[in-house]
Write a protein that binds this ligand. Structure first.
Ligand code: ADP
Length: 487
């Protein structure tokens, strides 16, 4: 089975969040169970900077879609691509080249907000994906399209009657690829699609909706989130349309790439350790404390870590609002995140107000993320909604107790220790309130004080297996189902 995996982010080439992790590790896991994979993404500046050894080629047939009335013609000069085999895996990586669109410092926005031409940038990407699918030697059976950036691929594939099935995976329904109606004339799509029960959504064009409506099947990244997005409370205005398509929506939980996230082999942390020598984790704590400027006495306190996009979705305001209470419980805090300016400033300010107890890092820093997973005692995720969440799974492997809000993938993967002593693997709270959060952290701190119990629990959670294999098999079965009963 040939799968063309289309994503805007693939680590280590480009990553702003979990999409980058999943698009790096799921293709590898699918490859290991017998699927043949090509991964296609934009040739961003971050990819360019890696100086990979790439073979340039032209994506043929790139112009076909401009034959529709009003379509923006694309010159063959623009329609470039670079291909490469990368690393030890057997995956072919294809990068869509258009320096005007992708050779920028960030993926989606700069200090002035979202890039104004994001609609053009990702419709271009989607056309390139389909042209590659049709004209390259790879001949995919399925195009696996991820998030709104690749939503139009599903519509273009249908328009062209390619016979190639498309799976559209929603990693976060909050990001819908919404653009002004005026963009329509540049998308190379016939007029009949310009209507409310198609890609129009409250007066805008939505690339996400194109993916939902025109794909052969839809998936999302946990079962819990699958159920949630069908409701008005979590559907971000897309719940009605999703309910109409509910019979072809599947929930498949994300996994962890343990070749990247395992303290036994992690090269970015100070001491490697496993459940058999968990005492070595102290070396990572010491290193974290030193490198984040916290005083040596912090070794005696539980360190609460957080790595997050600083967005309302993530409940970061709840952390900010309880920072003093967390310190009063006897804990110290290390925060790594970047996002909305108001939260960037808030966390800088909070660290300034509690010197010696809070260390905040308003950057994107992959190495520090690994150090925090290894060096913290407790990891906190107070998300208002969380499609899957990865850091709670990373925390388990690093013996760092996750404290999470019971929503989406967090609810699916974490079992509360106080509710189930045998199977419990973290602390869970239900309300998105400061009160519920601080009570949950207090429970974790209480447990931390019982050294013997703490060691038993942290050793046990390190042995849990959230690798990709089971989920990759579920994707493979879904692909087979799509091919056996074409839409
Ligand atoms: P989301 O995709 O909603 O941002 P996930 O939990 O699915 O959340 O994935 C987040 C990923 O991004 C994790 O690998 C996390 O470590 C990483 N990450 C988030 N913020 C930062 C940051 N500021 N620096 C480094 N890594 C980060």
């Amino acid at each position: 089975m040939n799968i063309l995996f289309a994503s805007s982010e693939v680590a280590p080439f480009a990553k702003t969040g979990g999409l980058g992790d999943v698009s790096a590790s799921l293709p590898k896991a699918l490859n290991e169970i017998g699927c043949s994979l090509s991964v296609i993404m934009p040739f961003y500046k971050s990819v360019k900077n890696l100086g990979l050894n790439l073979t340039p080629f032209t994506i043929e047939g790139f112009n076909f879609l401009s034959t529709y009335a009003g379509g923006e013609p694309l010159s063959t000069r623009q329609a470039g691509a670079l291909g490469a085999r990368h690393g030890a895996d057997d995956i072919n990586y294809v990068f869509v080249v258009n320096d005007e669109y992708y050779d920028r410092d960030n993926l989606y926005s700069d200090g002035n907000g979202e890039y104004k031409d994001n609609g053009l940038r990702f419709s271009y990407f989607s056309r390139a994906v389909l042209s590659f699918a049709i004209n390259s030697d790879f001949k995919p059976d399925i195009i696996h399209c991820n998030d709104w950036h690749a939503g139009l691929v599903c519509l273009y594939a249908k328009l062209r009657n390619t016979g190639i099935e498309t799976l559209f995976t929603i990693h976060n329904i909050g990001y819908q690829g919404l653009f002004p109606k005026a963009l329509f004339d540049k998308l190379c799509i016939p007029r009949r699609f310009f209507k409310v029960n198609d890609i129009l959504h409250h007066g805008k064009i939505s690339f996400l909706k194109a993916g939902i409506i025109h794909s052969s099947a839809i998936s999302t990244v946990s079962n819990g989130y699958r159920k949630e997005i069908l409701t008005p409370a979590f559907g971000c205005g897309m719940d009605a349309i999703l309910r109409r398509h509910a019979s072809r929506i599947y929930g498949i939980v994300n996994g962890v790439d343990y070749s990247e996230w395992d303290p036994k082999t992690d090269k970015r942390i100070a001491c490697n350790y496993g459940p058999e020598n968990i005492d070595r984790k102290t070396g990572c704590k010491k290193d974290l404390i030193e490198s984040t400027g916290l005083p040596p006495e912090t070794m005696e306190r539980p360190v609460v870590g957080m790595i997050s996009r600083l967005a309302y979705q993530k409940g970061v305001d709840l952390i900010a609002g309880t920072a003093k209470d967390i310190i009063d419980l006897g804990a110290s805090i290390v925060i790594l995140g970047i996002g909305d300016d108001k939260y960037n400033n808030l966390f800088k300010d909070i660290a300034g107000r509690h010197p010696g107890y809070i260390s905040s890092h308003i950057v994107f820093d992959d190495s520090l993320a690994h150090k925090i997973e290894a060096g913290s005692d407790i990891f906190v995720m107070p998300s208002r909604y969380e499609p899957c969440g990865l850091n709670q799974l990373y925390s388990l492997r690093y013996g760092t107790l996750p404290v999470v809000r019971a929503t989406g993938g967090l609810d699916d993967t974490i079992i509360d220790l106080y509710a189930d002593k045998e199977r419990g693997n973290g602390i869970k709270f239900s309300g998105a309130t400061k009160k519920d959060l601080i009570e949950a952290i207090a429970r974790a701190v209480e447990l931390y004080k019982n050294k013997e119990l703490w060691q038993d629990v942290t050793k046990r959670i390190m042995n849990l297996d959230f690798s990709w294999r089971t989920s990759a098999l579920q994707y493979k079965r879904l692909y087979e189902k799509m091919l056996n009963s074409p839409r």
